[in-house]
Design a protein around this ligand. Structure first.
Ligand SMILES: [Mg+2]
Length: 301
């Protein structure tokens, strides 16, 4: 029986070997074997925001940057509290003396405290663009998660007697949903007065569009502002002319404040930096706006 079994096994082995090409198969023989056609990938629509939203959602590097910012701020907080004259409002927005006022920090909300990248991801998926109707629906869902590091910082600051003020360009009618979302993620909310949304009336100060200067002045009337947090230059100081040149000049003027009184969070997905390179003309066709961005890239000289 054994020789028969051995022959059978050998035959089976040869049979199996015949099923797949081996190194001994002649190239000509390989060429005659029909190869399966690779599936043609489905068309993927191009979207200018795909990489930016993906980076915020999937890159550990984004988490690391945000954590770094908030930890650096926490390290500066005691120094800011101790120095009686320490204030993070620019002189033109500090209408009254800060000394002796209770301490506060001013925080923007979107992409500074709350991460709205799921809303951005929807727009990428659907090929849509921002509009108030879809934005209001997203805010009403109250599903935004906190930006990495912000909750620990804010809780530590609140424990030291620092009030967290939210100066946001979320419109005032979104106040309740925003406060609910902030509370849900663990952010301190002293009372309803700490939310200063777009449309907040400030006596004696005329707000220019969505600029936050009046609301910063209002915060300064009641508080010594130790620090400001934002993801846009306009979260810290009024932008008079939104051009790359003027924005760079404004940054240069206050460069020393960053990392000390002002803390900037990364947001590659949107911001006034983008329209600045196409003359703030959103009414241009998308192709023209994209051309403006392409033309603004700096090539090596
Ligand atoms: Mg923001």
């Amino acid at each position: 029986m054994r020789p028969v079994l051995a022959v059978s096994l050998l035959a089976a082995a040869l049979s199996l070997a015949a099923c797949k090409p081996t190194s001994f198969t002649a190239p000509a023989a390989q060429a005659t074997v029909a190869k399966p056609q690779a599936a043609k990938p489905a068309a993927v629509p191009a979207n200018d925001n795909l990489n930016a939203v993906l980076w915020v959602q999937r890159a550990a590097e984004y988490d690391a940057v945000s954590q770094t910012v908030y930890r650096a701020a926490a390290d500066e907080l005691d120094k800011a509290l101790k120095e009686a004259n320490w204030d993070a409002l620019v002189p033109t927005e500090r209408g009254n003396a800060a000394t002796g006022l209770p301490p506060a920090v001013v925080m923007d909300v979107d992409e500074t405290v709350l991460d709205n990248s799921p809303y951005q991801a929807r727009l990428v998926h659907e090929g849509g663009s921002y509009d108030e109707a879809t934005w209001d629906l997203w805010v009403a869902e109250k599903k935004a998660k906190p930006v990495p590091g912000v909750v620990d910082f804010a809780k530590a600051a609140a424990a030291k007697g620092v009030t967290i003020l939210y100066i946001s360009n979320r419109a005032v009618h979104l106040k309740d949903a925003t406060i609910a979302n902030l509370k849900a993620v663990g952010m301190p909310v002293k009372d309803d007065s700490v939310f200063l949304g777009l449309g907040t009336f400030v006596e004696g100060c005329e707000q220019d569009g969505s600029e936050k200067n009046c609301r910063r002045k209002l915060a300064g009337q009641k508080y010594r502002v130790l620090m400001q947090f934002g993801d846009q230059l306009g979260d810290f100081v009024q932008i008079v002319a939104n051009t790359p040149k003027d924005r760079d000049a404004l940054y240069d003027e206050y460069a020393d404040w960053f990392g000390e009184r002002w803390f900037m969070l990364p947001n590659p997905t949107y911001g006034s930096w983008e329209p600045a390179v196409f003359n703030n003309a959103w009414d241009q066709p998308a192709e023209a706006r994209r051309q403006g961005k392409l033309d603004s890239l700096e090539l090596a000289k």
